[in-house]
Design a binder for this molecule. Structure first.
Ligand code: SF4
Length: 460
């Protein structure tokens, strides 16, 4: 299956790629199916059932909101996050929404949007069923979707089979393991970034790829700036205080040199960048899935570190960072998972950490072997990381976890760059271990909020 860098890094809204971005896209597709079948005029009422992790933590992850907005025709990339609350309030008050902003239909948020906290559908932990009824209460169309992580969705066909619509584009360089990727680099005398660039040129020109990457970088920078600007309490009821703004004020009251030497001052800035992004994510703001929303702060934080603190940082380096991080993300997606609901937080924060470590090692001159080593270290020390968000909100432990993941990524790159690329555990083996650990992990640690911190910390 061919995946592009632009499938992995998508502009969307918080707080979750699998629980917000994917369901919004699925609901939007359902509304278009009704339109294509000329059913708009017959639809009187809609009902949505959310299963598995979507049912267990969907309320805190904004799944209901995402579905309602998707039905009204919104997509994560284009929706204005600042208008969402008012629009949801109106739907709740009137028990009506406007399908693709064209056809008013009934929906009671209290009784037609159902969160099944325990039941799950067989195919995947994140399942949803949407049904449209006519005026006599007869179901006239239904569809089942699965949000499989990172904003990717798959659907069932009318026979109930999951249709995996794979991109069968033939790429110049095919690799399914890190070992093959490194071999390709040696044989072709190319860097990992050059291999990915050649593959991306199947879909876009080099200029479009570079511009596309820089515009993703620009959204990441804006997200950090928004996160630094916004103060107050995060939504959802946990009363978590936003910290990025006050941390920023504290940091800029000192000189940059005071911060860098002789201590670990740069670490404060990396923490700031990660907190800013993940606070924006938790508040439903504009973020880039990297490769998911829950872990959206790590790559921007490490990129900001590269930009602000690494000598000779450049836009070319940023492009190299993204292309290399994408290569590592493809390996995780293909050979394990980037979904917290499938393999726990190791799949989200662990994958992002490995991708960021590889990106930083590449942008600062690492060889393919050192880059593979950096990614391997980044994941090895996140193995077994569970997903246990308190109150089902992407706040605690998620926000701080991104700051920790960012520092681990920088340290992983640093350790790898001090070596010659030879190491004991290969990236392929660590990816396999992550997959197996995720399979063995009890469901209560996979984005259900039925274990870990989610049950041992009392919500107030
Ligand atoms: S604990 Fe990790 S995987 Fe779970 S919601 Fe938070 S960031 Fe995502």
């Amino acid at each position: 299956m061919a995946i592009s860098l632009f499938d992995l890094f998508k502009v969307g809204i918080g707080p979750s790629s699998s629980h917000t971005v994917g369901p919004m896209v699925a609901a939007n597709q359902f509304a278009h199916q009704l339109q294509e079948r000329n059913l708009f005029a017959s639809v009187a009422r809609l009902k949505i059932d959310l299963y598995g992790s979507l049912g267990a933590t969907g309320k805190g992850h904004g799944t209901g909101t995402a579905v309602l907005m998707g039905l009204e025709g919104e997509l994560p990339e284009f929706i204005d996050p600042s208008l969402v609350n008012d629009r949801i309030e109106k739907i709740e008050k009137t028990s009506q929404l406007s399908l693709l902003s064209q056809q008013v239909v009934n929906i009671s948020v209290a009784t037609d949007l159902i969160y099944h906290r325990v039941d799950r559908l067989d195919f995947h932990a994140n399942g949803m069923v949407l049904v449209a009824f006519d005026g006599d209460g007869k179901a006239i169309h239904s569809a089942t979707f699965y949000s499989v992580g990172g904003g990717f969705i798959v659907a069932e066909d009318e026979q109930g089979k999951v249709v995996l619509v794979e991109d069968t584009t033939e790429l110049p360089y095919v690799f399914h393991s890190a070992e093959t990727l490194i071999k390709l680099c040696r044989e072709e005398d190319k860097s990992i970034a050059q291999i990915i660039m050649e593959n991306e040129k199947t879909w876009r020109t080099e200029e479009e790829i570079k511009q596309g990457i820089l515009s993703i970088w620009s959204v990441m920078k804006s997200c950090v700036q928004q996160g630094i600007k916004n103060e107050g309490i995060l939504p959802g009821g946990l009363k978590v205080k936003r910290r990025a703004s006050s941390l920023h004020k504290d940091l800029i009251s000192k000189t940059r040199m005071d911060m860098i030497t002789p201590s670990l001052g740069a670490m404060d800035w990396v923490n700031l960048y990660a907190l800013a992004v993940n606070e924006e994510n938790a508040a439903g703001g504009r973020v880039v899935t990297a490769p998911t929303n829950g872990a959206a702060g790590i790559i921007p934080a490490v990129l900001h570190y590269y930009w602000d603190f690494c000598p000779r940082s450049s836009e070319e380096g940023v492009i190299e960072f993204f292309l290399t991080a994408a290569a590592i993300g493809f390996l995780f997606k293909e050979n394990a998972s980037i979904s917290g609901a499938e393999v726990g937080c190791q799949g989200e924060v662990g994958s992002a950490c490995a991708m960021a470590a590889a990106g930083l090692a590449a942008a600062t001159g690492g060889s393919p072997e050192q880059i593979e080593n950096a990614a391997e270290i980044g994941m090895e020390h996140n193995l077994g990381l569970t997903c246990d968000p308190i109150g089902g909100l992407v706040q605690v432990p998620c926000i701080e976890r991104n700051a920790m993941g960012s520092m681990k990524a920088i340290n992983s790159a640093s350790m790898a760059l001090r070596g010659d690329g030879t190491h004991y555990v290969s990236l392929d083996k660590v990816i396999r271990t992550m997959r197996d650990t995720g399979r063995d992990m009890n469901d209560k640690y996979k984005e259900t909020s039925r274990g870990g911190l989610a049950v041992n910390v009392i919500e107030c």
